[in-house]
Design a protein around this ligand. Structure first.
Ligand SMILES: [Zn+2]
Length: 151
């Protein structure tokens, strides 16, 4: 019986921690860029601050900058995956062609390659706009983006 009580207390403690009852400020609806945990918002000396359960803390401006970096990193990752998808779909279309498969099977993979190409072009345009981080626009790796003309 005492063991069950200990277990129940532990669960209650975890839930209190998860609901943020022991956190200062109010839930922000934002997540910590370092650990993915929920961020609580406080305002001290007219400065908005965000803190997660494990102690990561950010000023609002730093959090904004971190979000911009994460968005840009995600866009580059998305562009890479779309290029790989395009190459794989082309490869599968060629394999079907060499096996004298039906036109439908070949077109299926060609359509997937074309869809990936169009999506990659859209992501490339977003990266060229530099809207993610307007302040660092002059530092945008535009040459790197321009070099990727093989879509
Ligand atoms: Zn954190």
């Amino acid at each position: 019986m005492p063991e069950e009580e200990t277990t129940a207390d532990a669960v209650e403690l975890d839930q209190r921690s998860l609901t943020g009852d022991d956190m200062p400020g109010s839930p922000s609806g934002l997540t910590c860029p370092d650990c993915g945990g929920a961020l609580w918002e406080t305002c001290q000396d007219h400065l908005l601050q965000y803190r997660c359960h494990v102690g990561h803390a950010f000023l609002a401006e730093v959090l904004l900058e971190s979000q911009a970096e994460e968005i840009e990193r995600s866009l580059w990752t998305l562009l890479r995956i779309l290029k790989e998808r395009m190459a794989l779909a082309h490869h599968l279309a060629n394999a079907e062609r060499q096996q004298d498969s039906s036109v439908g099977a070949i077109r299926h993979f060609e359509a997937q390659a074309e869809q990936a190409r169009r999506r990659a072009e859209m992501i490339r345009q977003v990266l060229l706009l530099g809207e993610v981080n307007p302040l660092s626009e002059p530092d945008m790796p535009k040459q790197t983006v321009d070099e990727q003309q093989d879509f």
